[in-house]
Design a protein around this ligand. Structure first.
Ligand SMILES: Nc1nc2c(ncn2[C@@H]2O[C@H](COP(=O)(O)OP(=O)(O)OP(=O)(O)O)[C@@H](O)[C@H]2O)c(=O)[nH]1
Ligand SMILES: [Mg+2]
Ligand SMILES: [Zn+2]
Length: 331
């Protein structure tokens, strides 16, 4: 296990701006009246921000220092916020985030890469074929989602090429919602799950994230990759994350947001602790309270209370195995 014992406070250490060498000015301008927008995408240091339905291009004000500004962030913005061609506004503050989805390049990488802010649903997009599903990757993204407190949804694409049953059977015991899609599929169920929420789509390159976004949002016009006939891999097409508005299903309903992201090759978890993963499963956590001190709860852990609960029939084998696979994904 290489899950590090980092707690929530340690996360902040990486984002903290460098200590100022010049004394801070006492009379900082008052930004409480600045307009508030949401970051839609980031392109070469420019932030595309949505303010009251206008798309405004902005840069980061110098006083923000190394504070990260990422897709989904709510920001305070001043200057020319007309959104007219050539106009440039300034982001002066980032509002507190409700969630942050993070990854590290690999499990030894101390630098977290925040991907998306304020998402409340994590859509793990996995193809059933071309490229074939890899449970290790699904498990890792699930762990990152639980760590961030974002509800997961497993979306299995290319159901026209292979059956979703085997993958479904691995994750439904954990209480994870699974939806299968194909080009001909009726997307009503998926639309209902996405309605009114901020959903970030994550998965390998070529699994069909952008294809799905295009099917859900007419006019999204996301570029689609071509699967290499020899390797079965998709060409990397989406190059930066982008938030797109999902029209409400009825005029009274809240719009949702779908955030398409570039394909990830790996999903490092050096920022996630074992304790935080277990605490995402309340019933399992309460069972582990009677484990021997320092129990890792892995398959080989002696006298783990999860095995006793399995023997007593209080826990299904499928659920325990799924959970242990996730624990292992931090190795
Ligand atoms: N047969 C089949 N092909 C699909 C399906 N969904 C997507 N594809 C194809 O898979 C390829 C890759 O799709 P993309 O939508 O570009 O994949 P992506 O996940 O956005 O890839 P990146 O942007 O590189 O991360 C394209 O050739 C799509 O036409 C599906 O449900 N069935
Ligand atoms: Mg894409
Ligand atoms: Zn245990």
């Amino acid at each position: 296990m290489t899950f590090r014992g980092l707690n929530a406070d340690d996360h902040e250490a990486y984002d903290r701006p460098r200590r100022h060498t010049k004394p801070r000015t006492k009379d900082r301008p008052d930004y409480t009246k600045a307009e508030i927008g949401m970051i839609i995408t980031v392109d070469r240091g420019r932030f595309r921000t949505l303010i009251d339905g206008r798309e405004v291009t902005a840069t980061k004000a110098r006083q923000l220092g190394r504070t990260g500004v990422i897709v989904g962030d709510r920001v305070r913005i001043v200057g020319d916020t007309s959104g007219e061609e050539g106009s440039l506004a300034r982001i002066v503050a980032v509002e507190a985030r409700t969630t942050v989805l993070r990854r590290t390049a690999d499990d030894d990488d101390p630098y977290e890469r925040p991907i998306v802010a304020n998402a409340d649903q994590l859509v793990i997009v996995t193809a059933l074929a071309d490229p074939p599903p890899r449970t290790g990757m699904i498990d890792r993204i699930l762990v990152a989602g639980f760590d961030a407190g974002i509800e997961p949804l497993l979306c299995l694409t290319k159901a026209d090429l292979a059956s979703p049953d085997a993958v479904r059977a691995l994750y439904e015991p954990l209480g994870i919602r699974v939806e299968a899609t194909s080009p001909a599929a009726d997307l009503t169920a998926l639309r209902n799950i996405l309605a009114g929420r901020r959903s970030v789509f994550i998965g390998h390159s070529g699994v069909g994230k952008s294809t799905l976004v295009n099917a859900l949002i007419p006019g999204a016009l996301r570029a689609i990759g071509h699967v290499n006939e020899v390797t079965g891999r998709g060409r990397h097409t989406s190059s930066s994350a982008i938030a797109l508005e999902l029209a409400p299903q009825t005029p009274e309903a809240q719009p949702g947001w779908v955030i398409d992201t570039p394909g990830v090759r790996s999903f490092g978890l050096s920022h996630v602790s074992r304790e935080r993963l277990i605490s995402a499963f309340e019933d399992l956590e309460s069972i582990t309270l009677t484990c021997p001190r320092g129990c890792t709860h892995e398959t080989s852990a002696p006298e783990c209370a999860l095995d006793a609960a399995l023997d007593r029939g209080e826990l299904s084998r499928a659920r325990l195995e799924s959970f242990r696979r996730m624990l292992d994904s931090g190795q």
